[in-house]
Design a binder for this molecule. Structure first.
Ligand code: DC
Length: 230
C-alpha cells in the first residue's frame, strides 16, 4: 500500500484516552502546519468493518493470519490533508463510525497480529515527515522517535460532557454520570491491556485540556511544534 506523502516536516504524535479530543486537535494542528493528519483508530475501525462484512466470527479474530488480514483489502490513500481509509477500494469514512464498529473495534485493536500487521503501514505514512498522528500508542510504539509527543488528558466528566454535546445529547444529571462511568471503564481497559497499553511515552508532554478551549489546546500544540522545528 502506498501511503507515503511528499511533504517534509516534523512527525508529531498525539495520544490520549477516549474523547480527549485527540483527532480533532491533531486535524487542526495538521491544518495549521500544512501537515497531513493520520487518525490511526480509523484503520482499526476499517479492519473491524471488513471483518464484520465478511462474516468472520468475532471469536476467530484473535486467530487472523497476515494473509487473512491482507485479504480484507483495507488500505488508505492520501487525500485532503489526511488519509482516506478504504475497504475493497471503497471510501468507508462514514461506515467505520457506525454502532456495530463502535461495539467491536476494541476487540480488533487488542489482537497482537492485527497491531503487527498495521505497524508498517502506519509507519510508512510518516516516512517523509509532515505528519500529525493520533491514537493510543503513537508515541510509544508507532513513532517512538517522533519529534514531538503530546499526551492529552482531561477530566473524565469534561470528556463525557464534550462527547454528549457532540452527540446532541443533554449533558447533565444521570446521562452525564453514566457517560463519565463508561469513559472511565474504557480508560481502564485501554490502560491495562497487555498489548500497546495507553500510557504516555517517557518523553511525552502531558497537556491537561480540562480548562482549555479547543483553540487554546490547538495553539498550545502548534507552539510546542515551533520550538522543535529545525
Ligand atoms: O480513537 P478511536 O475511537 O477511533 O479508536 C478505535 C479503537 O482503536 C479503540 O478501541 C482504540 C483503538 N486504537 C488503538 O488501540 N491504538 C491506536 N493507535 C488507535 C486506536
Amino acid at each position: 500500500m502506498n501511503t507515503s506523502t511528499t511533504t517534509s516536516g516534523l512527525v508529531i504524535a498525539i495520544d490520549g484516552p477516549a474523547a480527549s479530543g485527540k483527532s480533532s486537535t491533531a486535524r487542526a494542528v495538521a491544518g495549521r502546519l500544512g501537515y497531513r493528519h493520520l487518525d490511526s483508530g480509523s484503520f482499526y475501525r476499517a479492519l473491524t468493518l471488513a471483518a464484520l462484512q465478511r462474516g468472520i466470527p468475532v471469536d476467530r479474530w484473535p486467530l487472523l493470519t497476515h494473509e487473512e488480514l491482507d485479504s480484507l483489502h483495507v488500505d488508505a490513500v492520501p487525500a485532503d490533508g489526511s488519509f482516506l481509509v478504504r475497504v475493497d477500494g471503497q471510501d468507508v469514512s462514514e461506515a467505520i463510525r457506525g454502532a456495530d464498529v463502535n461495539a467491536h473495534v476494541s476487540l480488533m485493536a487488542a489482537v497482537p497480529a492485527v497491531r503487527g500487521w498495521l505497524l508498517e503501514i502506519l509507519r510508512e505514512t510518516g516516512r517523509n515527515g509532515g505528519l500529525v498522528a493520533d491514537g493510543r500508542d503513537i508515541g510509544t510504539v508507532v513513532f517512538p522517535d517522533a519529534d514531538l509527543k503530546i499526551f492529552l488528558i482531561s477530566d473524565p466528566e469534561v470528556r463525557a460532557r464534550r462527547r454528549l454535546l457532540q452527540q446532541g445529547a443533554h449533558p447533565d444529571g444521570e446521562t452525564l454520570r453514566q457517560e463519565t462511568e463508561r469513559l472511565a471503564a474504557r480508560d481502564h481497559l485501554d490502560q491495562t491491556r497487555s498489548i500497546a497499553p495507553l500510557v504516555p511515552a517517557a518523553d511525552a508532554i502531558t497537556l491537561d485540556t480540562s480548562d482549555l478551549s479547543f483553540e487554546e489546546q490547538v495553539s498550545a500544540v502548534v507552539e510546542l511544534s515551533r520550538v522543535r522545528e529545525p
